[in-house]
Design a protein around this ligand. Structure first.
Ligand code: PHE
Length: 454
């Protein structure tokens, strides 16, 4: 019976967490955020965000998850029966992220195939927006592509199902130990190659050129905190759920530091790669780097194919490798987004892991098909905004209140410290998770709501 929710070792836990953290946020979001928020100067708010939020908050989520060893919804109910609905809100929100992510995974799968022949043609912009997304008039283009998108997404769901419905260690644990190191290796190859391109230094100079004056602006601090929340997958009950699967005693504090470091390392590699390539493109086309910069689907599905078009033979190696990195990064994140809801359902209805996963994946696959084909970009854009600006930050505040205040996290400090081989928690940690974070994040959240309303 496949019903085990336990990591086989600490390594599986750490790699699975890194797999969840390293995702599209690192590849297509971070380089742009770094560039447009002061370049080199951005490192100050970025490091502050990691130190006062990323690490302290992850320790909180892990500590409480480890303490309860049960699903998020069940723990919320135990903390206070009035909290149960909050305990379901987050796992459901994070399940929605999965559906959104899976559409991108499907597109990326298509591009991975196309990259062997540069099948996107001479005009990648037109190919993506018209042929693939049917953003304008070419309905015929989409009709041709519906079966292709459906097959690509179905393939993704089959892989996800294949990994997720097994015992935790047999599926997610094993897969993370292979895919996460692989992801880093491929990224290093891509970056090493990009750095040798003529013009790379133009792109990097543009990226890191510090604008110190921005440090006094609220926006760049907001951007740094927003990036860390998204990139480390904070406040989404994922870290909680993963820690509840830890069987033996683990040094959660040291694990947290390793995970945060690996995540930052990866996104900074990605920024080096992206901007070296933009520098190269700028040299080739005479267009300033500033005019080439983009993020999101535009970067991955338009800018990169455009570069591969002018890259000659190397494109046939680099193209598939690049789309494979995006695929693996997306896949390991998706695998984490299903765990909180699945475990909550298993706990509530006493159903098995394999049955719950199978049912959830069928539901998600069905919704994602509609999503990736019929409405294309607009719905995706809306969900993206909703998730980034509203759900994720709200998750952090909710968890701070429920865990730090209602659960009274003081009681975990001694236990966490006794296992830690690195830093020890003290009063400073309580002040951060009880006061600084909820207040600070609420301010950012309100700022973000104004952005959404705009
Ligand atoms: N951390 C992931 C990334 O950087 C995104 C993510 C957020 C994944 C929330 C799961 C949950 O892409």
């Amino acid at each position: 019976m496949t019903d085990k929710n336990e990591w086989g070792s600490n390594l599986s836990f750490v790699f699975a967490m890194i797999g969840s953290a390293v995702g599209l946020g690192n590849i297509w979001r971070y380089p742009y955020v770094l560039y447009s928020n002061g370049g080199g100067a951005f490192y100050i708010p970025y490091i502050v965000a990691i130190l006062i939020m990323g690490i302290p908050f992850l320790i909180l989520e892990y500590g409480v998850g480890y303490n309860f060893k049960s699903s998020f919804a069940k723990a919320a109910r135990k903390i206070n029966s009035k909290c149960e609905y909050l305990g379901w809100f987050l796992p459901v929100a994070v399940f929605m992220i999965m559906i959104y992510y899976s559409a991108i995974l499907g597109w990326d799968g298509i591009y991975m195939m196309l990259s062997f022949t540069k099948g996107w043609g001479a005009d990648p912009n037109n190919f993506f927006t018209t042929t693939l997304l049917q953003s304008s008039d070419s309905f015929m283009g989409l009709l041709n592509f519906i079966p292709v998108i459906a097959v690509a997404m179905l393939a993704g769901w089959i892989i996800i199902w294949f990994i997720s419905h097994r015992d935790l260690e047999q599926g997610l644990g094993k897969v993370s130990k292979i895919l996460v190191p692989l992801l880093f290796i491929i990224m290093i190859i891509i970056v090493a190659f990009s750095l040798t391109l003529p013009g790379a230094s133009i792109g990097l100079a543009e990226l890191f050129n510090p604008d110190w004056s921005l440090l006094t602006h609220f926006e760049i601090w907001m951007a740094a905190f927003g990036q860390i929340v998204f990139s480390l997958s904070l406040g989404m009950s994922i870290a909680f759920t993963y820690a509840s699967y830890v069987k033996d005693d683990a040094d959660l504090i040291t694990n947290t530091i390793s995970i945060a470091l690996a995540n930052s390392l990866f996104e900074n590699f990605a920024a080096l790669g992206v901007f070296s390539i933009l520098g190269y493109m700028s040299l080739q086309s005479g267009t300033p780097v500033a005019d080439l910069v983009s993020q999101g689907t535009g970067l991955v599905f338009i800018v990169y194919p455009t570069v591969f078009n002018v890259l000659g033979q190397w494109a046939y190696v680099l193209g598939p490798l690049f789309f494979l990195t995006v695929y693996l990064a997306g896949l390991t994140s998706i695998l984490s987004t299903i765990e909180p809801l699945s475990f909550s359902i298993q706990n509530k209805f006493a159903s098995t892991r394999s049955r719950t996963m199978t049912a959830l994946i069928i539901v998600a696959a069905a919704i994602s098909m509609i999503y990736a084909t019929s409405f294309g970009g607009s719905l995706l854009g809306f969900v993206d905004t909703f998730i980034n600006q509203i759900a994720l930050l709200l998750g952090v505040v909710i968890e701070c209140i429920v865990f730090a205040w209602i659960f009274k996290v003081e009681k975990l400090i001694d236990f966490l410290n006794s296992k830690s081989k690195t830093i020890k928690l003290g009063k400073w940690w309580l002040i951060i998770v009880k006061y600084i974070l909820p207040i600070f994040i609420s301010i950012i959240w309100i700022g973000g709501m104004f952005d959404v309303a705009k």
